[in-house]
Each structure stands twice: as structure tokens, then as C-alpha cells.
Design a protein around this ligand. Structure first.
Ligand code: B1M
Length: 792
């Protein structure tokens, strides 16, 4: 089948679920479906054939979890599984005399990437690469990356697919009802990143039924220039008589699909709970129909997974992460002092920057290494798009590779060598790029000269396949003191670029005032003039409140800030801030540092607090309230999993200090009794349990810590093997209290004399009683009181 001439032109029909169909055919929960490619190939071929009969034009191989991590416990290798799976799909195609294509299905790796988890980007890449290479070798026609929740993981997978094959790449992410993936990625960021990486089709799959995904799919259709896929579930699963069932009928499933077809949906299929009947209905009605034109309102953004900035609007680009002319900054770079740089970054964000420029150009450091390190650190803490600023192509390449989202690159210029080196990188990673209107001959004096360079750069970029929307022209600010006439030429060039080329523009604003007194006055006036000519990205110091006020004022006067809400809010904030002197980070207390997830500050502040309070007081009055704020913000959807993880990591840094302090005076040697502690199965929250552990140790009890997410049987074994009199269980989620109850039941069956105390924010004394616990401990102190009673 000629995919190139069909995709995006005629509706294409994918297949439906594999996993749930296998379950219907008797696959037991917990067994590995990929094994069946070899052990029960006839079943897999038969399922593929049923989809072909129903009208599928693309079959997905049964390889969703066929990666080295997930298959580590079975006897077959990834190579064996993938080659058998592709062969099965191909056999089904041949036996059905169909022309359907075979897509290598690649699901999530099953482990979170850094900084949320421990898998590095490179490790994720190489796991995906392994799958892709085998898929290519086995003869797959498409690489289909699906059900991904982390946009960074999607990036690793797409890069692995593109760098190791020439096959078309499809990629779908899994969204929750609130319009985010569970790691917080939003639709616009997904489109920008995947489209930027050059996937051939993108969209949504799994999680919900098509009706619940309708509004989100509409959003994808509105902003995507790439063919859109939808493979929804047959509704939300419910458990009936111990079995998971999906309630939607093919007809119910089809209704929203038909509506979305009218809006431009190009590839349709099904995920969990769907089967050949769903596919048949879609194929009968829509196969071969022309794909409707979308009302694409695509926009060019710079983004992180969970936040984005429209580059067409006015954005403030913070310029302070730059060693030029800053001795302290240079010193920090030389000493690898990331804390200092992070502080500079946080300050700018607090001051209202929309994007942060990151320039680390200092000859004596390894700029490439530092760029990657800092990008990772900044992205772990701040949810703001970054602008990678370097004149070195390899620094830009490395920065773009590890950046999570769509970055802006600062910069290219009209020099042939620069364009040749950097434009391919911009294309490959889908970045936006700042182009300086200068070339081998320097900066043209006239606006016309600079305009010509801009034209030439755009033409060259388009030859590389870069869309003009991705280009931001910098007409270069000259200093009024040395080149007074040049200032007007810059503004004129800006206007020409805006009006004649319809491109986005940027300027480093404060260059204008070098060498003159009262620089702020000149900067402010120049900024306003530039904004009036159509400036989009103002590269400046966001800490300069007057400059920021100018931008806010301009937005009101240009009717951009409708109703002047942004202006009013900004002015109110200024008043409030004037009362609170000092730089942002320096004035933060421990709670704020935790809420913001600034790991590096936590230990220092904790040590300072220890001078006034005891360790447990800090836990109760600083750590827990801060985490409560984090929890609330998470629940309201104001922050997402990466930030939640970051706050938790920050608490760990603080707690490490407290632990040393608590154990300093503890009677470690005298064991007053042995206690087993565990966070129950399904629950990874262990901060509270670890506090309880340390405090109990401090009181002289020996703790056998089984860790978190501990299976009932493991707890039972540990209690028995150690003849335990007191077991402590922790649970933080409503869903895991059930596992706590089960654990209590199992432990008590064989160890009736063991007393069990439970704790964790989700529990109450009533709950504890209901699940048959002997004691409820509100906090670590109460846990000690209980231990004292038991071991009296
Ligand atoms: Co998550 N999380 N989390 N989380 N997390 C909560 C618990 C949540 C309430 C946030 C929210 O939505 N508002 C919510 C649960 C909702 C519910 O079921 N009611 C939630 C969720 C939904 C999730 C995920 C599902 C998010 C996702 O993936 N989409 C996921 C679940 C993963 C899993 O467990 N399977 C998840 C993940 C995480 C992180 C990994 C990011 C991180 C945990 C890191 C870690 O522990 N290593 C995390 C965090 C930090 C939280 C919050 C913000 C803070 C928890 C905490 O550490 N509190 C939390 C919201 C909140 O509680 N405000 C939240 C401080 C700690 C000292 O208190 O544990 O209560 P606590 O311990 C106290 C007492 O309760 C008592 O003593 C301690 C000291 O005083 N105590 C005991 C505790 N255990 C005891 C045992 C005892 C005695 C006393 O004897 C044995």
C-alpha cells in the first residue's frame, strides 16, 4: 500500500485491541501477552486476520511491551519476540490476500524517566533503538509508538525510530479527562514536540472512550498540521464479577468518531475493549473517504511538556543566564556551582520571564557538558521554555537532544557555514530559531541590508525543510552612544521584517544604552518603540520592574491585554513585592523551597532551622505543611507529577539532615525491641514511614524496614521470620488502604500475637479499627508511644 499517497488524504483504518481480545480468549491476568507470538502464534494470527476481515489497513504487532525491561523475566529475547510478532502479522496479511501494512507496536518502557524516575534519556533511547532495529530487520512497515504518557519518553522513542530506520513513524499519547497525560503533558506541547520531530501521524489512544476524548481530539485537529490518529477505548472499564469489562457498543463508539471525521480525523482504530466489530463498523462507513480539511490554527510555540508560550505573542526572554560581563557568574561556571545559576533562573521566573535564555559560553569550561547538565537541572525545577544560546553547533545539538519540549535556539546568522551546521539541527529537533541579520561582512548599516539577509536566511531554512513560522529575526540592537543612526535602522528593519516577511522578531533590548547615563530610561523607550514596530521576543532582564511595567503598559495601549487585567495584576504584585525586600531565592523559607522543589537549597535551610527548632518540630511545622500545599496544588491540577516528584526529592534532602540530627542522640545500641515497617503494596509513598522509622530508631528500637510497595506475603514472612511483636504499616492513598487491610488479615492469620499499628495521611482511627489494626498512629510521636506500650 502506498502510505505516502494515502495518509492524510483518505481515511485509514487501524486495527483494534490486542490485549483485551487476548484476555477474552483466555489469557490470564499477569501473563505476558508477547510470549504468545511464539507459544500460540495461531491465536495471534487469527486475531490479526479478524481485523483484516473487518477492514483494517494497518495491523499492529503484538509487541506493546516487547522491550528489554519488560521482557527480562521471560525465556524469549526481544529479538525473538519482535521477529515472531512481525512474521505473524505478515502471515495474516498474506493469508488474507490483503495489502495491509504492519506497524511495529511500541508501548511505554514501564519505568519513569529522570527526573521523575531513574531511567536516563539515553537508556530509554537505547531500549527503543533495540526494538526499532529488530522491527526493521523483521520487515515492519511502520513504527507505531503508543500509549505514552511522558512526552520525554515519546521523544526518546521517536528519535530512536527516526535515527535507526527510514520507516514512517506514528505516535499516540494517552490523556486523562483533564486534558493532560498523567505526567502533565498538554495537547499543544505534544503537537509541537512530535510534529517538530517529524512524525508522520500523531494523536491520542487508550485511557477513555471516544466521547470523552472528543474535545481533546478536536483540539489536536485544530492545532496539528500532521494527520491525526484516534484509537480510543471502548469506554471506561468496569469490574463485573471479578472481570474487567468495557461497556461501549460499536455503535456508541462510532458516533463521536463520525463527528471527528467531519473535522479532519485521518486514522481511526481502537484500543482496550474494542474488537473486530468496532473496526468493521468504522471501515464500512469511512474507509477510503477523503480526509476532511481541518481548520488548522497551528501556532509556533516554545514549550516544556506542561507549559507553552506562543511565539507570535509578546514574550519576555530572561537574559541573565549569561557570563558575559558578570564576574560572579563566571566564577560559578568555573566552580560548577549550579546553585548560583539556578538562583539566577528562579529569580527571573519569579520576576515574570516567559522564556529563559541559557548562555554558558566561557572558553575554559566544557560548554557542551554544562549545557546538558543545566538544562536537566532547570527543567527539573522550573516549568518554563528555554532558549539554548550558543555559537557552538555541538553545544546546540546536545542541548536540543536532551531538552524536554520545544526549545528556541539562539542563534544563526547569514554566514553560509553557520547555516549549514545549525539548520539541520533545527530541522531535526523541530526547534524555533533566532536568526541574526548579519553575515560574513558584518552587520549592514541600513535596514534594507539587514532585511535582505533575513530574506536569504528564510530561503535557506526553507530549503532544509524548516517552516518560516519557526524563524525569529533579530535585526540587532546597536548602541545609541556609538551608532546613533543605527538605532533607527534597527527599528525600520524590524518593521520591514514584520510587514513584508510576516516573521516573528526579537531584540536584545538593553544593548541600546551602553555608554550612556541612566541606561534604564533609554532601554525603556527603545523597548516601547520596538514593541510598536512588532517585537515578539524581548530579550531583557525581567528583574527590571520598570521594563516589565513598560511591556504591561504597551499591552494595554495596543489592546492586547483586554480589560487590562494583566496590567492591574502586575501593578498589585509590585506593591506587594516592594514590602518584601531581598532577592527571590534568598528570601525563601524551607517550605517555599519544598513547594518549588529547589533541592539544592533544602539542606542548607534545614541546617539553619535546626538552630532554632528540634528535628521533629521541623518535620511537623515545615515539611508536612509544605507537602500539604504541594498535594493540594497537585489535586487542583496546578502542578503535575514532575513537580510533585521534585518536591518529594527536596523533602528527602531536608530529611537527610534531620535524620543525622535525630540519630545523634539516639540509643542506637540498646535495642528495646524489633519492629517491622512497610508501606503497603501499590503505594510508593515512604517519606512518612521513613520519618517514623528514624524517630523509632532514635528511641532505641531496631527497625526492619521492608521499604515501600511491599507485597502482603513479604510482610507476613518478615514478621514470622523475626518473631515480631509490633508491625507498622503505612498507606497514603485511598486505593491502598484495601491492601493494608489484606496485609493485616494475612499477617494475623499466622501471627495472631503480632500487634499492628497503622498510619498515613489517608487513615483515621475509625478506619484503622475497620481494617482490624490494633493501633492508629497519627504521627511519629504516637508511633513511639505505641511501641513503648508494646515493649514495656
Ligand atoms: Co502522591 N499522592 N501520588 N506522591 N503525594 C498524595 C498522597 C495525594 C493525597 C496527593 C493529592 O492528590 N492531593 C494523592 C492520593 C489521593 C488519595 O488516594 N486520597 C496522591 C497521588 C494520587 C499520587 C499518584 C497516584 C500520582 C500519580 O502518579 N498520578 C502517585 C502514586 C504512586 C503510588 O503510590 N502508586 C503519587 C506519587 C507521589 C510521589 C512519588 C511523587 C511522591 C512520594 C515520594 C515518596 O514518598 N518517596 C508523592 C507525594 C510527596 C505526595 C504528597 C504531596 C505528600 C506525601 C508525604 O510525603 N507527606 C501527598 C499529599 C499530602 O499528603 N499532602 C500525595 C508528608 C509525610 C511526612 O506525611 O506520609 O502522612 P505522611 O506521614 C506522617 C503521618 O501520616 C504518619 O507519620 C508521618 C509523620 O508525621 N505516618 C505514620 C505515616 N505512616 C505512618 C506509619 C506509622 C505511623 C505513622 O506506623 C507504621
Amino acid at each position: 500500500m502506498d502510505l505516502e499517497n494515502r495518509l492524510g488524504k483518505k481515511v485509514m483504518i487501524f486495527d483494534g485491541a490486542m490485549g483485551t481480545v487476548l484476555q477474552q480468549r483466555g489469557l490470564k491476568a499477569g501473563s505476558v501477552p508477547e510470549k504468545l507470538n511464539i507459544d500460540k502464534k495461531e491465536v495471534i494470527i487469527d486475531i490479526h486476520k479478524s481485523y483484516l476481515k473487518a477492514g483494517s489497513e494497518i495491523l499492529t504487532t503484538n509487541t506493546f511491551g516487547a522491550n528489554k525491561l519488560k521482557l527480562s523475566e521471560i525465556d524469549y529475547s526481544v529479538e525473538e519476540i519482535i521477529s515472531a510478532a512481525v512474521e505473524n502479522a505478515k502471515k495474516a496479511v498474506d493469508q488474507s490476500s490483503s495489502k495491509a501494512l504492519v506497524a511495529l507496536g511500541i508501548g511505554p518502557l514501564g519505568e519513569l524517566l529522570e527526573p521523575m524516575g531513574s531511567l536516563s534519556f539515553d537508556e530509554a533511547y537505547s531500549l527503543f533503538q533495540h526494538q526499532v532495529l529488530q522491527g526493521v530487520k523483521s520487515g515492519a512497515d511502520i513504527i507505531h509508538i503508543e500509549t505514552i504518557a511522558d512526552l520525554y519518553e515519546a521523544k526518546a522513542a521517536v528519535l530512536a525510530a527516526k535515527e535507526n530506520s527510514d520507516l514512517p513513524v506514528f505516535c499516540t499519547l494517552t490523556f486523562e479527562e483533564d486534558g493532560r497525560t498523567f505526567t502533565g503533558a498538554n495537547i499543544n506541547s505534544m503537537i509541537s514536540v512530535l510534529e517538530g520531530l517529524g512524525v508522520d501521524a500523531l494523536g491520542l489512544n487508550c485511557s477513555l472512550g471516544p466521547e470523552k476524548l472528543e474535545a481533546l481530539t478536536e483540539e489536536v485537529l485544530r492545532y496539528s498540521n500532521t494527520p491525526v490518529i484516534l484509537q480510543a477505548n471502548a469506554g471506561l472499564p468496569v469490574v463485573e464479577e471479578g472481570k474487567t469489562v468495557f461497556k461501549l457498543s460499536p455503535e456508541q463508539y462510532f458516533k463521536p468518531i463520525a463527528r471527528l471525521y467531519e473535522q479532519g480525523l485521518a486514522v481511526i482504530g481502537g484500543c482496550c475493549g474494542t474488537n473486530e466489530d468496532f473496526i468493521a463498523l468504522m471501515a464500512d462507513s469511512l474507509k477510503d473517504k477523503p480526509v476532511k480539511e481541518t481548520k488548522s490554527e497551528s501556532r509556533t510555540i516554545a514549550c516544556t511538556p506542561s507549559s507553552w508560550k506562543d511565539l507570535e505573542r509578546i514574550n519576555v526572554v530572561g537574559e541573565r543566564i549569561n557570563p558575559t560581563g558578570k564576574n560572579e557568574f563566571k566564577k560559578a561556571l568555573r566552580n560548577n556551582d549550579l546553585d548560583y545559576i539556578i538562583r539566577v533562573a528562579v529569580e527571573q521566573v519569579e520576576a515574570g520571564a516567559d522564556i529563559l535564555d541559557v548562555n554558558l559560553g566561557l572558553p575554559e569550561i566544557n560548554e557542551k557538558e554544562m549545557m546538558v547538565k543545566l538544562i536537566k537541572e532547570l527543567q527539573a525545577i522550573l516549568d518554563i521554555p528555554l532558549q539554548i544560546d550558543s555559537s557552538n553547533a555541538s553545544v546546540i545539538a546536545e542541548g536540543l537532544r536532551y531538552y524536554n519540549g520545544t526549545a528556541v535556539v539562539n542563534s544563526i546568522n547569514g554566514e553560509a557555514e553557520v547555516l549549514e551546521k545549525i539548520l539541520p539541527l533545527i530541522k531535526k529537533y523541530g526547534a524555533a530559531v533566532i536568526a541574526l541579520t548579519m553575515d560574513e561582512n558584518g552587520i549592514p548599516e541600513t535596514a534594507e541590508g539587514r532585511f535582505k539577509i533575513a530574506q536569504r536566511i528564510v530561503k535557506k531554512a526553507e530549503e532544509y525543510g524548516i517552516k518560516r513560522e519557526k524563524i525569529i529575526i533579530d535585526c540587532l540592537t546597536l548602541t545609541a552612544s556609538a551608532q546613533q543612526k543605527g538605532v533607527k535602522e534597527t527599528l525600520k528593519a524590524l518593521q520591514m521584517v514584520k510587514e513584508k516577511l510576516n516573521l516573528k522578531t526579537t531584540l536584545g533590548v538593553s544593548n541600546v544604552s551602553f555608554g550612556l547615563p541612566a541606561r534604564a530610561v533609554l532601554n525603556r523607550n527603545f523597548l516601547t518603540l520596538a514593541l510598536y514596530q512588532g517585537l515578539n521576543l524581548a530579550i531583557m532582564d525581567p528583574n527590571d520592574k520598570e521594563m516589565m511595567a513598560n511591556i504591561k503598559a504597551f499591552k494595554v495601549l495596543a489592546n492586547i491585554d483586554k480589560g487590562a487585567g494583566e496590567y492591574i495584576e502586575f501593578m498589585a504584585d509590585i506593591d506587594a513585592e516592594q514590602e518584601k525586600a531581598g532577592s527571590a531565592l534568598e528570601s525563601m523559607d524551607l517550605a517555599e523551597v519544598i513547594v518549588k522543589g529547589i533541592k539544592k537549597e533544602a539542606a542548607k535551610l534545614t541546617k539553619e532551622l535546626l538552630k532554632e527548632k528540634d528535628a521533629l518540630e521541623i518535620v511537623n511545622k515545615d515539611l508536612i505543611p509544605a507537602l500539604d500545599i504541594v498535594g493540594e496544588r497537585y489535586e487542583k491540577g496546578e502542578i503535575f507529577l514532575p513537580q510533585l516528584v521534585q518536591s518529594a526529592e527536596t523533602v528527602k534532602e531536608a530529611f537527610a539532615v534531620l535524620k543525622t540530627e535525630m540519630l545523634k542522640n539516639g540509643g542506637k545500641d540498646i535495642s528495646k525491641g524489633k519492629i517491622v515497617l512497610a508501606t503497603v503494596k501499590g503505594d510508593v509513598h515512604d517519606i512518612g514511614k521513613n520519618i517514623v522509622k528514624t524517630v523509632l530508631e532514635n528511641y532505641g528500637y531496631k527497625i526492619i524496614d521492608l521499604g515501600r510497595n511491599v507485597a502482603e506475603e513479604e510482610v507476613k514472612k518478615a514478621v514470622k521470620a523475626n518473631n515480631i511483636k509490633l508491625l507498622g504499616l503505612s498507606a497514603l492513598m485511598t486505593t491502598t488502604v484495601k491492601n493494608m487491610e489484606k496485609t493485616i488479615q494475612i499477617v494475623k492469620e499466622e501471627n495472631p500475637d503480632c500487634k499492628i499499628m497503622v498510619g498515613g495521611a489517608v487513615l483515621t482511627p475509625d478506619y484503622a479499627e475497620m481494617i482490624n489494626a490494633d493501633y492508629y498512629a497519627k504521627d511519629a510521636r504516637e508511633a513511639v508511644e505505641i511501641a513503648k506500650k508494646i515493649f514495656a
